[in-house]
Ligand binder design. Structure first.
Ligand code: URA
Length: 433
């Protein structure tokens, strides 16, 4: 079998056989297929798509490209949550500790930043000392002891996704339903949780631009999870403006800390209540959604969620003094204000533009080798629906780079204002199951 034939078959709209998909995934994971051929195939898949059978085989091949974790020895329902990627999406660092503080076991395998979106692992590494590569044994021990662990894929777990994810990030091949569904579900299935909540985002800052595409992706992933007997549910959420106020690694960790201490932005708190409640239902810890929301709110009010965040970082080697005193996080050299040039109500904040701008300020990667600047990013001062006066602060850009004038003007242009009052949409648009 030759990879070039597989690339050409998909390029011409063919359906790949199980052997062909396994040959590609296995070969790429082992380093036998070069990056240039893998990226050509990803591009062909992006344009030509895959049918349900191809996606199922791709997911299975990726999941079995390395070891899988068996969590059956750990008592209780193990729940996981995963977002399809957004701008300012620090939900896992809020909802994970809250759900764990309510008694569920949160076993999460996360990813790094991808394209214009941030990744939980990069954010976690902004806390000095944090180790996101644990062994299987350490992952299970931590789950047993403190009820939460968030790790990355080690070389042993799902190496195919680890490599493909990094490759897709820099080859324009992220926005594909088959590639996203297989990437997310292979990680989730390899990590061994019993129940999975998927936060599927849509809008300008999401990989899925429309509600319909997000629904298609959500259904695809729920089907894959169900077929392997995992309680898989999804929420479809708004990414037409960044989530919360902070975009960028340590800036988002600080916002997660504030949220767990009762000072979170409205949309992030609402998402934490909704997602957290569903995860508690999946863990059979509450009788209904309302009770779930109340339990999550209590874990914010009594700060048990924040304590759990500290326990999580401590277990993974992070310096918890940063969580207790966020002023310790290194600050960027420049804090550049972005001011409104007109008066009005914020109608839209183009989250793609904000995500790309944050990346250009240093918060993301443009190539696989790029190092992230943990202190770089953007903090919004206004959200959709807010009133702004001419000259008022819209956002602050944090960077260590010189010559970012065009980025500052892009951030300014990401805000659209209207003369009329603007209705704010709910954060959760739909529930799958
Ligand atoms: N998140 C993932 O884990 N994989 C993707 O492909 C996109 C978002």
């Amino acid at each position: 079998m030759r990879i070039v034939d597989i690339i050409e078959k998909k390029r011409d709209g063919g359906t790949l056989s199980e052997e062909e998909i396994r040959f590609f995934v296995g070969g790429y994971a082992k380093g036998e297929v070069p990056d240039y051929q893998a990226s050509a195939l990803c591009m062909a898949i992006l344009f030509r798509g895959m049918n349900k059978e191809e996606i199922a085989v791709m997911t299975d091949a990726m999941m079995h490209s390395g070891e899988t974790i068996d969590l059956s020895g750990i008592e209780g329902v193990k729940v996981d949550k995963h977002s399809t990627g957004g701008v300012g999406d620090k939900t896992s660092l809020v909802v994970g500790p809250l759900v764990s503080a309510c008694g569920a076991k949160v076993a999460k395998m996360s990813g790094r930043g991808l394209g214009h979106t941030g990744g939980t692992l990069d954010k976690m590494e902004s806390v000095p000392g944090t180790n996101i590569f644990e062994t299987d044994e350490a992952f299970k021990k931590q789950l047993n002891e403190i009820g939460i662990a968030i790790i990355g894929q080690t070389a042993d777990i799902n190496p195919a996704d680890k490599k493909l994810y990094a490759l897709r990030d820099v080859t324009g091949t992220v926005e594909s339903i088959p590639l996203i569904a297989s990437s997310i579900m292979s990680k989730k299935l390899a990590a061994g949780s019993d129940a999975i909540l998927l936060d599927v985002k849509f809008g300008s800052g999401a990989f899925m631009k429309t509600f319909e595409r997000a629904k298609e992706l959500a259904n695809e992933m729920v089907e894959i999870g169900d077929s392997l007997n995992r309680d898989t549910r999804a929420i479809i959420t708004d990414m037409d403006q960044p989530l919360g106020l902070a975009v960028g690694n340590s800036l988002e960790v600080i916002e997660a800390i504030n949220t767990l201490n009762g000072k979170g932005p409205k949309d992030l708190v609402e998402l934490a209540l909704e997602a957290g409640s569903i995860m508690l239902e999946q863990a059979h810890l509450v009788k209904d959604h309302e009770e779930g929301r109340k339990r999550i709110q209590k874990a914010i009010d009594d700060r048990s969620g924040f304590k759990k965040l500290c326990a999580l970082f401590e277990a993974q080697g992070g310096d918890v003094s940063y969580l207790k005193d966020p002023d310790k996080f290194e600050k960027a050299k420049f804090a550049i204000p972005v001011l409104a040039s007109n008066e009005g109500y914020v109608k839209r904040i183009d989250s793609m533009e904000i995500g790309v701008s944050a990346m250009k300020l240093g918060a993301g990667r443009a190539t696989m080798e790029d190092k992230i600047d943990m202190s770089a990013g953007i903090v919004l001062a206004k959200k959709v629906g807010d009133h702004v006066k001419k000259g008022e602060l819209l956002a602050t850009c944090y960077t260590n780079k010189y010559g970012v004038d065009s980025v500052i003007s892009d951030v300014h242009d990401a805000f659209s204002l209207s003369k009329e009052k603007v209705n704010v949409q709910p954060i959760v648009h739909a529930y799958i199951k």
